[in-house]
Design a protein around this ligand. Structure first.
Ligand SMILES: [Zn+2]
Length: 305
């Protein structure tokens, strides 16, 4: 009798182990494979758009900061890191955005063979003014970017350079398809040129436009099209009462009645200021995937101010 119970327990134990081992391994086996496509990891959604435009149906893009999340605070998930482990290339923004300062080393450590493309190569960074919070990081390369405005992708001119950098990374990773990537790249660069022309046209009539934004993401855009950016938030922190008072004063002096806020951030202080100056809050997204359409929308909104 006891022998049979022991045997039963033994059989059950082995069964549980087998089921456990199966469940543990199953996700890796059944996960949808990139069906021969090149796994490309990027940090933010506009980069995903760039990588897909250049890579077409030859790439499989994983974006680390998903829709609605902020690249200033997001942390990678386990399933994202598993995608990273299968990727053939990582295109980082490279301008010192907090997500990368905090997580690039971890991402790279998950897949040490994976080449890392720095999308900011060749882009002149704007320093001072807008500083993002420091995070403990030891990378020498990233120290150069300390204090730089990380929002480089928000100017079509910079976007073109980022697209070139992604293209070069893809060619290095997958030289057999160079012609295909080059064709896609040229087509998209042309679209970015058209966008640039449209924005220049939309904003040219109104010179000296001052835009009041909650999160100071638009310095590169402002520089390219001759606007002036006034921001409510600074250094990633909610404004102080004095800060709010100063913004209200500037807004009144410049007859500003529109405050541009981002969906990724709280609009509370923007609403407070809007009420004070008798203006309104308009949401603009600095992280929309559909880059061309979004930038057109933003330019239109700025032009209406
Ligand atoms: Zn930002």
């Amino acid at each position: 009798m006891e022998k049979r119970i022991l045997l039963l327990i033994g059989v059950l134990f082995i069964s549980f182990c087998l089921i456990g081992a199966y469940i543990y391994n199953a996700p890796q086996q059944t996960e949808k494979e990139p069906d021969g496509r090149i796994g490309v990891v990027v940090s933010i959604l506009p980069q995903a758009e760039f990588a897909e435009k250049v890579g077409g149906d030859k790439v499989w893009v994983t974006v680390m900061v998903p829709p609605g999340a902020s690249p200033h605070t997001h942390e990678p998930t386990y399933s994202q890191l598993r995608e990273v482990s299968k990727a053939k290339m990582y295109a980082k923004v490279g301008s010192g955005i907090e997500f990368e300062l905090a997580w690039a080393d971890k991402i790279i450590s998950v897949n040490k063979e994976m080449p890392v493309v720095d999308c900011s190569l060749g882009i002149e960074l704007i320093r001072g003014g807008h500083e993002h919070e420091e995070t403990g990081h030891e990378h020498e390369e990233e120290h150069e970017h300390e204090g730089a405005d990380p929002h480089i992708w928000l100017s079509p001119g910079n976007a073109k350079i980022m697209v070139e950098n992604i293209y070069m990374g893809l060619v290095q990773t997958d030289p057999a398809n160079q012609e295909y990537y080059a064709g896609n790249k040229e087509k998209y660069l042309q679209e970015l040129d058209e966008l640039d022309g449209e924005i220049t046209h939309a904003l040219s009539k109104e010179k000296n436009i001052k835009i009041l934004v909650y999160h100071p993401a638009w310095a590169y855009f402002a520089k390219e099209y001759g606007l002036e950016q006034i921001s409510i938030e600074n250094e990633g922190k909610e404004p102080t009462p004095q800060g709010i008072a100063s913004v209200i004063k500037q807004a009144k002096e410049n007859n500003i009645t529109v405050i541009f806020a981002s969906p990724q951030f709280s609009t509370r202080s923007a609403e407070v200021i809007a009420k004070e100056i008798g203006g309104k809050v308009i949401l603009i997204n600095s992280l929309e995937k559909n880059y061309l359409e979004n930038m057109r929308k933003v330019a239109e909104a700025f032009a209406k101010v």
